[in-house]
Design a protein around this ligand. Structure first.
Ligand SMILES: [Zn+2]
Length: 289
């Protein structure tokens, strides 16, 4: 190889080149994959949810973590006995580097289609937060490998693989394209409504004010109400909660019914409402940067 080519290869930015951030190493800590309920499995690193659904006739993956998470997610899928080439769809909660950063690599590894809301689709193709994203002002720090082929999925539309149907619920607020995904997973004759819920955290870059756009605040409240009203037995958050790992521990003793909690979405919506209200109070008091 020519010396220049060697140097280029050594410095090339690939779709798994790690993104550095204050929380990135903790988020990307290793985590053994495990069955959550029925045909639904956890394949993400410790702090970034990736969920695999096995239809028996192909797999659906939700979220890809950071670029450096992609290899961990792929290894977890294989460790559970599945083949990467059987992943038919990779769906996205929202187009931020910590949940979409690994999707380009995972699409390359699996050949799967990628699906997101129309607004999420536009952002994923740019590999950046959308211009109207509350965190867009963080600029270059928001970049991740763009996902070239993304299919927009309308609010209420479904993605079906084998006997598994996943429904998109557009829940904008944290980002303009935020999406919550729901499906049913069964253990024997007991079926559970599973919810992969979009982030409800009202975080923004310096200078951004939610209160400056009442339509945006109303839309965020509607998203919270949507999640509150969902049939919901198993709740999975984009960053798994402490409660989720408590449920994992309990499941070792009690079985996977430990993951069932039909009040989880309502409690999560309450926290989202409280966080948005606090953000609006902080903005009004001049306490936000
Ligand atoms: Zn985010």
């Amino acid at each position: 190889m020519h010396l220049l080519a060697i140097l280029l290869a050594a410095t090339a930015v690939s779709d798994t080149t790690p993104i550095r951030c204050a929380d990135c190493d903790a988020w990307n800590a290793p985590q053994e994959p495990f069955r959550i309920y029925g045909d639904t499995y956890y394949v993400g690193p410790r702090g970034l949810s990736s969920v695999l659904i096995d239809s028996g006739k192909g797999l659906i993956l939700i979220d890809g973590g950071l670029p450096q998470s992609a290899k961990l997610v792929a290894a977890s899928v294989r460790k559970l006995g599945f083949e990467l080439r059987d992943v038919r769809w990779i769906l996205n909660s929202h187009a931020h580097f910590d949940h979409a950063g690994g999707m380009a690599a995972l699409q390359r590894m699996t050949g799967a289609k990628v699906g997101a809301s129309p607004a999420g689709t536009r952002a994923l193709k740019t590999g950046n937060a959308a211009p109207d994203d509350p965190q867009a002002g963080f600029g270059e720090a928001m970049r991740y490998p763009p996902v070239r082929n993304v299919e927009p999925i309308a609010d209420g539309a479904t993605v079906t693989v084998g006997g598994v149907t996943v429904t998109a619920h557009h829940t904008p607020g944290h980002t303009p394209g935020g999406t919550t995904w729901t499906w049913r997973s069964c253990e024997g004759d007991r079926c559970a409504d599973v919810v992969f819920a979009e982030s409800l955290t009202a975080i923004a870059a310096p200078g951004f004010r939610y209160a400056a756009d009442t339509a945006r605040v109303a839309q965020f409240r509607r998203s919270i109400a949507t999640i509150r009203a969902l049939p919901c037995d198993v709740l999975i958050l984009t960053h798994p909660s402490g409660r989720f790992f408590e449920q994992l521990e309990a499941s070792a003793r009690e079985g996977r019914t430990a993951f069932l909690d039909s009040s989880a979405c309502r409690a999560y919506a309450d926290r989202g409402d409280a966080s948005l209200s606090q953000r609006l109070r902080d903005e009004a008091a001049g306490k936000t940067p």
